[in-house]
Design a protein around this ligand. Sequence first.
Ligand SMILES: Nc1ncnc2c1ncn2[C@@H]1O[C@H](COP(=O)(O)OP(=O)(O)OP(=O)(O)O)[C@@H](O)[C@H]1O
Ligand SMILES: [Mg+2]
Length: 606
Amino acid sequence: MPPNNQTEWRPTGSSLKPLKAVIPFIRPYSGTLTVAIIVLLAASAATGSLPLAARYLIDNGLASGDSAQIDFYFKVVVVVILAISGLSAARLYLITWLGERVVADIREKVYAHVIRQDPTFFEITQTGEVLSRLTTDTTLVQSISGVGISIALRSSIMLIISVAGILYTSPSLTLMILVLVPAVVGPVIWISRKVRKLSRTAQDKVADSSGMASETLNAIQTVQAFTLEGLQSRRFGDAVEASFLAAVKRIRIRFVMSFGSMFLLFGAVTLVLYMGTREVLAGNMLPGELAQFVIFTVLLGSSGAMLSEMWGEVQRAAGAMERLIELLDATPTIHCPENPLPMLHPGEGRIHFDHVTFSYPSRPDTKAIDGFNLDIASGETVAFVGPSGGGKSTAFQLLMRFYDPESGSISIDGVDISAADPKDVRSLVGVVPQETMIFGTSALENIRYGRPDATDDEVKAAAIAAAADEFISKLPKGYDSFLGEKGTRLSGGQKQRIAIARAILKNPPILLLDEATSALDAESERLVQEALEKLMQDRTTIIIAHRLATVLKARRIIVLDEGSIQAIGSHAELVAQNPLYARLAELQFRSAEEDAQAMQTVAANA
Ligand SMILES: Nc1ncnc2c1ncn2[C@@H]1O[C@H](COP(=O)(O)OP(=O)(O)OP(=O)(O)O)[C@@H](O)[C@H]1O
Ligand SMILES: [Mg+2]
């Protein structure tokens, strides 16, 4: 897949086969489609009869000077025009509706499918790519699944009608048209290919510049902190100028094309008219027949142009559909087995790692977890400590069944989790991550992510238990306050307490705590520790510890390095016996003064 996600331009399909996949999405609306096609046929028939009406108007009405006849033919024309307008509007409505409906269904289905994928999928597929498929590609499909079908059908029908029409009116003039068409269409097609290529370059350049803008605006503080405003403006300016130059190139060619195609087209029409007029003068043709011929020719030209335009659309849509199918065909390696083992509810929180070995799919040669054996009793608190890359987060991921072990097994309450529904497993596990994700909604709703069916009172009770109630109440709109994109309106400690409130609300028997590395001030630290204390009560807790205070709370400390357990013991034991731990303790835990402070907190809470 192409690495550039910002490009609005999307590659075309190599074949039209992927378009077949649109059919199942259209099928539920086959009633609407049928009505639309009937309307379309009727509209085409009405349009096709217009030249005939014009001819009779001229030859029977004008030629005879019979005003009653003329009135009659004009009435017929008005009725036909009314029919064409009404039917065309109805067609437009039905067809556009169909396109919008189909693309909405595709979007919903793709999103629902993608959000259920396992982490491996997201390692391979960039989120930007998924997003552009959800937006740009579905829009491309929309254009063909509704309006496209309609234009293609209508143009094909009109093409057939108008060819039959000119043949019927004057075979000799038709022959002339057949000679003229390639002379006009050939150069136009050739130039428009060139234009398309140049448009693509221009669009790529625009994408480059907007990619640059979004990157720098997202990192605005870094840019300003390094006072790179001037440099970035210059770079952005260069990118914009490049896109302008690409656009100018395209405009120049369009200038030539516009001139050439107009001249050729009108020239050809004039030539046909001239020849036709001579036929009329020679008495081989009636004036009305000439008018009929010319109108048919115009219909022929416009439907031909429409069809050639559609061809490009169809190819683009095929490419888009191909990419959407790719997403829809992705199957998560972690899925619910056919007969999943039920987990215990409410769970006791007993955890057993049995000779677990695991490598990330993207790095099959390195064992992230290697021969991991560990029993954790119900309600116990253990701490994972180890150097960066030791496998602590990986153990968490395995416990939540984001990945399955390569060999060995993990069980919760005696049930092998790889034989259970991952949703069922995850319902037993609460996570307080290092970096709390805050969603762009209110404080109330943000906490409710812990358990979507919780009542407002339950959410507030959880907030109180997490020591989050105080700061939330002080927000401008209390619990209804919008927490801002990515929670930029909250401090680190406040975000952590939101995460803790979520976990309290979820009330799982197992708690996974990835302690934040960033230090909080003493007061926030105390509040967070208190909240955690409440949360950890009566739960099996595994903490990835970065603070001495936390380590001291754990009965057992597990020292993890290179994916395997190096030592197990209490802080005092490990400091004395395990050199790796002793060094980590010295480096990783905070300075002696802060430690003393932390110990006081522990003492105060004990
Ligand atoms: N998604 C991934 N794909 C491939 N390898 C990974 C992935 N995530 C982690 N790893 C690798 O697995 C090993 C264990 O990583 P893990 O994240 O479990 O370490 P950690 O103990 O949590 O480290 P830290 O303290 O820095 O968070 C590392 O070598 C890491 O590079
Ligand atoms: Mg980690």
